[in-house]
Structure formats: structure tokens, C-alpha cells
Ligand binder design. Structure first.
Ligand code: SAH
Length: 352
């Protein structure tokens, strides 16, 4: 038995809680106490990042994937997906358009597509960096070897997003029957030791996920101290083995975002598209609970709907310029200010 008020205060002041305390908090927090948690999270993000929300241009460059994650619509076994792969020139065109719209970070995301070797990707990253030297390139392409991560870093990649998905080995193995938990964790360690700005994270509302599992995810983040943290609701996809499951809620995800903000106060945390897909104001609510990044889509409209990791994904028909202005309006209406700069982690400045 713990007092929630005492736990919240301790979390706010010390930026830390024990795993059992976190599990208790997650399992017992009332609606009123959630409001004070969100206030603490908002105050903390303001202390580190003021009112700024960083904009990243997302390019979903291939939906081809060799993995079979139970939750994901792009899993290799889903034969209903119309697969696509953008060419180097198409990716550079997305960057040209994005640069013109003011973006200074490009996030290249894909399934685990073996055709895109480190050599081919390195060539694209070098292309982006020579055209636009004042931009940051973030990769989100799954598990690769240490050597490949090194090659991509050498080509100019700055950041890498690789959600750990579940810090509990048991839950991870249920969700990824053919994958290796240790490899995923090692990938994150390798990325960090190579010098990338690293992002980890997880989904909320997965089947079988308990407050204890979520507490493990949060403790994992506290220990890893990533520069970026991606947390979003699980949304079932009908062409996956988890089709009939319930999925996560906006409210539970907000609680996780706010706690993550307090545990790793200087992190960059996106208000995810999945939040916006579940609720009209999902992203605005996420910003008010501690998130400070948005990732509007820069992919060509012709492929948008094919990058369907979950169903009901928003903005699949919108041009990049429309997305930028729509999101900027949302940021403003939530009381924040859109920042088109590179938006590096503040931790980088303090470690100089
Ligand atoms: N292949 C890359 C990118 C994966 S897509 C990688 O392995 O990192 C980015 C994230 O989408 C995943 O890490 C996962 O957490 C999330 N995701 C996948 N399926 C989802 C679903 N059904 N609902 C919500 N989020 C999902």
C-alpha cells in the first residue's frame, strides 16, 4: 500500500520510483490524481524544453518486412498488404519537399527490408546530408548488426528509433515468437555505445500486459536513459493474430507518457499518430501530458495508406504541406509553439 500523492511528489522531485511503486501507481491512480500527474509532467517538460514542440518529417520508405510481430499489420505473413519500396530519388524528393516546408529532421522509417542494405541506405543518407547539411537524419528500420549501425552512422545518420516493445522477456517472446529479446536489447546498447541519439519505447494496452509489465517498461527506460521515448496505444489490425484484441486507450497511454516524462525528464517524446488516430484530440492531450515532438507525414500520398501498421491511421490522404499546417494549428491550439529546428536533445548541450 502506498499513498498516490506521496508517490507522485517523489516522482516529480526525484525523477525516480521503484518498480513496485510504479506498478502500484499505474494500477491505482484515480482520475483526479491523473490530472496532478499530467501537471507535474507538463511543468517538467517546460523546465527542459519550454513551450516548444519539435517537428519531424516522417518518410515511410518501405513497408516490406521480414519479421512477424504479432501486432503489426506489416508483418511478413500478411499477404493482403500491397508492398512498396521507395527509390533513392523518391526519398530525396520527399526530403526536398520537406526541406522546402521547413523541416530540419527527417525520420526514415520502414519494415525490416533486407534489400535496403547499409550500403544502399548509407548512399541515401549521404545524399540527404550533402543536399541539406543542416538537417538531422533519424533512422527507424529495426534490428541490424553492430557493423551496419556503424556504417549508417558513418554515412551521417544522427539518431535511431528502436522501441524495445516490451521489457518483460516473457511478454516480448509472446508478441515476437521468432525474435530474440536479447538481440533487441543489444541493438539498443550498440546504438547507444556508437554515439547515436537513441529512442526506445513501447505500446500500451497489449494483450496480457499488466501494470507490472508497464512498470518494467518504465524501469527499463529509466535505466537506459534514451534521448527519445516513443509510447503509443496498441491498435489491433484485422489481418494479424491479435485482430480480436481490445487495444490500448488514450487515457492509459497519457499516464505512461507522463510517468516517462518524469523518469527521463530531458527526453524527446512524440505525441504519436496512433494517439491522434484513437481520439480527435489525442495528440494535443499527449502534448499536455509531457510529449514534445510531432512527426507529420512526408511520404508520397500514393503510398501512405499502404504503410498500415494498425488500422484507422489518420492523415493517409493528406499532402505534406497540409499535414504541416494542420499539426501546427493543433500545437498552437494546445498552447504550445511549433519549432522547425533540428531539435536535438538538450542533454547534448550539457555534456559538451
Ligand atoms: N521496423 C521498425 C519500425 C516499426 S514501426 C522497427 O522494428 O523498429 C514503428 C512502431 O510502430 C513499432 O515499434 C511498434 O511499437 C508500433 N506498432 C506496430 N504495430 C502497431 C499497432 N498495431 N498499434 C500501434 N502501434 C504499433
Amino acid at each position: 500500500m502506498y499513498s498516490i500523492d506521496t508517490l507522485l511528489e517523489k516522482l516529480y522531485i526525484e525523477n525516480n520510483l521503484q518498480k513496485d511503486e510504479l506498478a502500484w501507481l499505474i494500477g491505482n491512480i484515480s482520475d483526479e490524481e491523473k490530472e496532478s500527474l499530467f501537471d507535474y509532467a507538463l511543468k517538467t517538460r517546460r523546465r527542459y524544453y519550454g513551450n516548444k514542440v519539435y517537428m519531424r518529417g516522417l518518410i515511410e520508405f518501405s513497408n516490406i518486412c521480414r519479421q512477424n510481430c504479432l501486432y503489426c499489420g506489416l508483418r511478413a505473413s500478411n499477404s493482403k498488404v500491397e508492398r512498396y519500396r521507395l527509390t533513392r530519388e523518391e526519398i530525396l524528393d520527399c526530403c526536398r519537399e520537406g526541406y522546402g516546408l521547413g523541416y530540419r529532421t527527417f525520420v526514415l522509417q520502414s519494415g525490416e527490408d533486407p534489400w535496403y542494405t547499409a550500403e544502399r541506405l548509407g548512399d541515401i543518407i549521404r545524399g540527404i546530408k550533402s543536399l541539406f547539411p543542416d538537417t538531422a537524419v533519424t533512422l527507424s528500420i529495426g534490428e541490424r548488426s553492430y557493423e551496419e549501425y556503424k556504417e549508417l552512422l558513418g554515412a551521417g545518420a544522427d539518431r535511431y528509433l528502436l522501441r524495445h516493445e516490451a521489457a518483460s522477456r516473457e511478454l516480448y517472446e509472446k508478441l515476437h515468437p521468432d525474435m530474440d529479446f536479447d538481440n533487441r536489447i543489444n541493438c539498443l546498447k550498440n546504438l547507444k555505445s556508437l554515439g547515436y541519439q537513441v529512442g526506445a519505447g513501447f505500446m500500451v494496452g497489449l494483450p496480457g500486459q499488466t501494470p507490472q509489465h508497464l512498470a518494467e517498461d518504465l524501469c527499463f527506460l529509466k535505466k537506459l536513459e534514451p534521448h527519445m521515448i516513443g509510447i503509443g496505444p496498441f491498435i489491433p489490425h484485422s489481418e494479424t493474430p491479435l485482430a480480436g484484441e481490445k487495444g490500448g486507450t488514450v487515457e492509459d497511454t497519457l499516464v505512461m507518457l507522463a510517468i516517462a516524462r518524469l523518469l527521463v525528464p530531458d527526453s524527446l517524446m512524440p505525441a504519436t499518430t496512433a494517439m491522434g488516430s484513437l481520439h480527435k484530440k489525442g495528440r494535443e492531450l499527449a502534448l499536455k501530458a509531457g510529449a514534445n515532438v510531432v512527426m507529420p507525414n512526408l511520404s508520397p500520398v500514393s503510398v501512405r495508406a499502404k504503410y498500415e501498421i494498425y488500422e484507422g491511421k489518420i492523415c493517409t490522404g493528406d499532402e505534406a504541406a497540409h499535414c504541416r499546417h494542420c499539426i501546427e494549428g493543433r500545437i498552437r491550439s494546445a498552447g504550445f509553439e511549433a519549432d522547425m529546428g533540428r531539435g536535438d536533445s538538450v542533454r547534448l548541450n550539457t555534456s559538451l
